[in-house]
Each structure stands twice: as structure tokens, then as C-alpha cells.
Design a protein around this ligand. Structure first.
Ligand SMILES: Nc1ncnc2c1ncn2[C@@H]1O[C@H](COP(=O)(O)OP(=O)(O)OP(=O)(O)O)[C@@H](O)[C@H]1O
Ligand SMILES: [Mg+2]
Length: 452
């Protein structure tokens, strides 16, 4: 049986073995009580037989055996034992006593049932001066076992109560010790539950034992992590709201402007601007959504087997019109399928963001090249352009959310590369920035190759 109570568990671990030991101990103490009672009874039997034997003497040429009362009375211990005896000569003539008392050979022992009782008996032989052939006489004494058994019980009962008390006291101390030992845990519970503590503040428990200390430290470390996560979440929401406010204000201004315009051409111009702004706003919302989906723990991690080459081809297809419109040579260099495992939608979104960045920063007439290769056990995707590139000191920052390089003319929200990093890391890969051969930016993404 498995019990979930620590108290019961510990109690069982201490009390059950102890009770087992006590049982063994009781058995041995019963045996030793028995041995003691046997010894005492045998001494009494011997004393009694000796007292009887010493009184046997020649009187007027005849053997006279008078039983001294003390020889019988010594068994009178209040347990109503019966004493039987027989005195006979060396050649078996009965001098006195019970003729049908069973004979016993040698030392003391238990005789067969005599007059409905078991007896402990002893035979003792004693020489009588002047008795001739009748010497030595033999004295047999037997006693019923009531006193003997009472003595065993008394001796044993003492041991029994002692053992019982020991087990009970041990159990009591276990409970007491446990109660004291659990106090820090209960304090910890109360500290965590306490309504007047600020959520996620570290808890402090005085008097916590070395065994409980790591639990408290782990709890505090966990709360610290959660707190940091919550803080970054709050920052993100504030940033997102801020980012949404500006284009929304712009949208409203542009709408009022369009309403005020009377000339159809001017109005058309205003509406075109409004359309562009709302497109940017939609993209921002899209990016926010993608980022929230890419965050670790936001949804169940998917393990699609996808071909990165195929994904890149699809992305390039959708971006071809933009590339043509800006007279940019958008090309794909590949040598066949590059299988990886991850969230297909997210991986495509990553390529979209890289191609989008490259197209935006490449001047008209430039070129953007996406290459796919597999080296060792890694898939390697690179996006190279011949735009201005990203200065060395900015390369760490551009992966931060909402980070745009100061003075950048493009009006992005600064989420693209943050999405890229989030996606790549959740697929257990890494992303690095370098200078491309054409002088622009080279983004390299390495992902573990899928094993087929
Ligand atoms: N290929 C590139 N060449 C030069 N600069 C780049 C390139 N890609 C990104 N950057 C710079 O890095 C910054 C961060 O890029 P990121 O993609 O994260 O944001 P964004 O493009 O401004 O916004 P979004 O992608 O969310 O619309 C940009 O401000 C841009 O200046
Ligand atoms: Mg971008």
C-alpha cells in the first residue's frame, strides 16, 4: 500500500520494523522466562527432595521416613500447586508417598500426566547410614505447574509491557519530530499563500533545514524567472501598443484629409496614401501575431518534415512581383531538397522576413540571392543582398524586438529579425549576420538536418 502522508510513511518505517524486532524480542524473552521458571522450580524440587531424604534414618532397626512439613510448604506460593512425593529403598520398597507416582530417570523434567495434571519432577538418591541393602534410598518429588506457569507469565508480561511501551514511545517521538521537522514546510506554504505578499516576491523561511532549503531556492529562482518573463511581456505589449498608435493616428489624419479634398485627383492621392498606411498597419499586426506564435511555449511545438528548398521557392515566387517592380534580380541557388524538422508555417515566415528585408534594403538594379545547401548534419540557408549591410556594432541589436537602426529610411516595425531568431532557435538552429560578397548583408541560418 502506498500512502501519500509523510507522517504515516515515516511512522510505518519506524514503528513496523520496531514492532517486528519487539516480536522477536518477545519470543526470546518468553524462552528465557521459561528457562528461569524451570531453574527455580528445579531448585525447589531439589531442596524439597533433599529435605525429605535427610530425614530418613534408622530408628529401632527400621527405616523411618517422616516428611518434614517445610519440604511441602516451600511450594505454597499461592498458586494452589499440588506436591507429590515417594520415598523408596534401593531395591524399590515403598517407604512413604504415592505408589503410582510415575518414575523419572535422572535429572529434572516433565512427567506424563498424573492425576489430570502435568508435573515437573525430580529424583534424588541419598545414602542412609546403617540401612544396609536399602541404602541409598530414592526420593522422587513432583509438583504441578501452576506456580511455574504463573512465574513465566509474570516474567514475560514485564518484558511484554516494556516492549509495547518502547514501540509506542518511539512512534510518539517520530510524530513529534516530524511535526517539528515539518514546521518550515508549513511556513513555506503559508508564505506562498499569504495574501499580503506581493506576487512572485522571493519567500524567506526561517529555520528551514538543509533538505528543504534547495526547494525554497528553486521556488525563488522559478518565481524570479516568471517575473522576468512577465516584465518582458509587459514591455512587449507596451511597445506593441505604442507601435500601433502611430500608424493609426496617421490613418485617421489621412482619412480626414481625403474627406476634406474636393478635387477627384487630390482625393484619389489621399486615398492611395491611406491604403498604403493601412497596408503597413496590417503588416505590423501580422508581424505581432507571428511573433507571439513563434514565442516558446505559445503553442505546441510542431515537428513537420519540410523541405527548406521548396519553402524558399514558394516564398521567392510570391516576392517576384515586388522584385520585378524594383528591378532587383531575385535568385535561388539550390542543389536539391534540404529536409528539416520544425513548424512549417514558422519556417516559411522566417524566410519571408529575410527576403523582405533584403528586397527593401537593396537599391534598384541590385540583386538578392537565396542559397540552400546541406553541410554535414546541418541545413544552411543564406540570403545575400547588395544593399548597405548592417554595421558590426548594430548586429547584436537588430535581433531585438522593435529595434530599427537609427536613420533607417525603411518604415518597418523592427520585428522581422526578432521573428527570425525566435523561429530559428525554436528549431534548435542559429542565425548569424555577415558581409556578403557583393558588399551587402549576408544572413546565414543553420538548422539541424532531418534524418530520414
Ligand atoms: N538586408 C538588410 N540590409 C540592411 N539592413 C537591414 C537588413 N535587414 C535588416 N536590416 C536592418 O535591421 C533592422 C531590423 O530589421 P527587422 O527586419 O527586424 O525590422 P524591420 O525590417 O525594420 O521591420 P519588419 O521586418 O518588422 O517590418 C532594420 O531597421 C534594418 O535597418
Ligand atoms: Mg524586416
Amino acid at each position: 500500500m502506498r500512502t501519500s502522508s509523510l507522517r504515516l510513511q515515516l511512522l510505518a518505517w519506524v514503528v513496523l520494523p520496531l514492532a517486528g524486532l519487539a516480536t522477536i524480542n518477545l519470543w526470546t524473552s518468553h524462552r528465557s522466562a521459561l528457562a528461569t521458571a524451570d531453574l527455580v522450580t528445579d531448585r525447589m524440587l531439589l531442596g524439597s527432595a533433599r529435605a525429605i531424604a535427610e530425614r530418613v534414618a534408622m530408628s529401632d532397626g527400621v527405616l523411618d521416613a517422616t516428611i518434614p512439613p517445610a519440604a511441602i510448604e516451600m511450594f505454597d506460593t499461592g498458586d494452589h500447586d499440588s506436591v507429590y512425593y515417594r520415598v523408596e529403598t534401593a531395591n524399590g520398597r515403598l517407604l512413604t508417598g504415592y505408589p503410582d507416582l510415575p518414575a523419572i530417570q535422572g535429572g529434572p523434567g516433565i512427567a506424563p500426566v498424573y492425576r489430570d495434571n502435568r508435573l515437573r519432577m525430580l529424583a534424588f538418591s541419598h545414602p542412609v547410614v546403617g540401612a544396609g541393602d536399602d541404602s541409598p534410598i530414592s526420593v522422587t518429588v513432583g509438583v504441578t505447574l501452576a506456580g511455574h506457569d504463573a512465574m513465566v507469565r509474570r516474567l514475560w508480561f514485564g518484558a511484554f509491557t516494556q516492549q509495547l511501551a518502547l514501540v509506542a514511545i518511539a512512534g510518539l517521538f517520530v510524530l513529534l519530530g516530524l511535526h517539528r521537522g515539518l514546521v518550515p514546510l508549513i511556513r513555506l506554504r503559508d508564505a506562498v499563500r499569504s495574501p499580503n505578499r506581493n506576487d512572485l516576491d522571493p519567500v524567506e523561511v526561517r529555520g528551514a533545514q538543509n533538505e528543504i532549503r534547495p526547494l525554497i531556492d528553486a521556488l525563488n529562482a522559478y518565481m524570479e524567472r516568471v517575473r522576468a518573463q512577465m516584465a518582458s511581456q509587459r514591455r512587449f505589449i507596451a511597445n506593441a501598443a505604442h507601435q500601433l498608435r502611430t500608424p493609426l493616428a496617421l490613418l485617421s489624419t489621412q482619412a480626414s484629409y481625403a474627406l476634406r479634398e474636393t478635387g477627384p485627383e487630390a482625393r484619389h492621392e489621399a486615398l492611395v496614401a491611406l491604403q498604403a498606411s493601412s497596408g503597413r498597419l496590417a503588416r505590423l499586426a501580422e508581424q505581432l501575431l507571428t511573433l507571439s506564435r513563434a514565442e516558446p511555449g505559445s503553442r505546441r511545438p510542431r515537428a513537420d518534415h519540410i523541405d527548406l528548398t521548396e519553402a524558399a521557392r514558394q516564398v521567392l515566387e510570391t516576392h517576384t512581383p515586388v522584385a520585378i517592380g524594383r528591378n532587383i534580380d531575385l535568385g535561388l541557388e539550390e542543389v536539391g531538397p534540404v529536409p528539416v524538422v520544425g513548424d512549417g508555417t514558422m519556417l516559411r515566415e522566417m524566410i519571408v522576413n529575410l527576403v523582405d528585408n533584403a528586397l527593401r534594403h537593396t537599391p534598384s538594379g541590385g540583386s538578392v540571392t537565396v542559397t540552400l545547401a546541406s553541410g554535414g548534419d546541418e541545413a544552411v540557408l543564406t540570403v545575400a543582398d547588395n544593399g548597405p549591410g548592417i554595421p558590426e556594432e548594430e548586429r547584436d541589436h537588430v535581433f531585438e524586438r522593435f529595434y530599427s537602426i537609427a536613420g533607417s529610411t525603411e518604415d518597418g516595425s523592427g520585428l522581422g529579425l526578432a521573428i527570425v531568431r525566435e523561429v530559428v532557435e525554436s528549431a534548435r538552429g542559429r542565425v548569424t549576420l555577415a558581409d556578403s560578397a557583393a558588399g551587402g548583408l549576408l544572413v546565414e541560418v543553420r538548422l539541424p538536418l532531418a534524418r530520414s
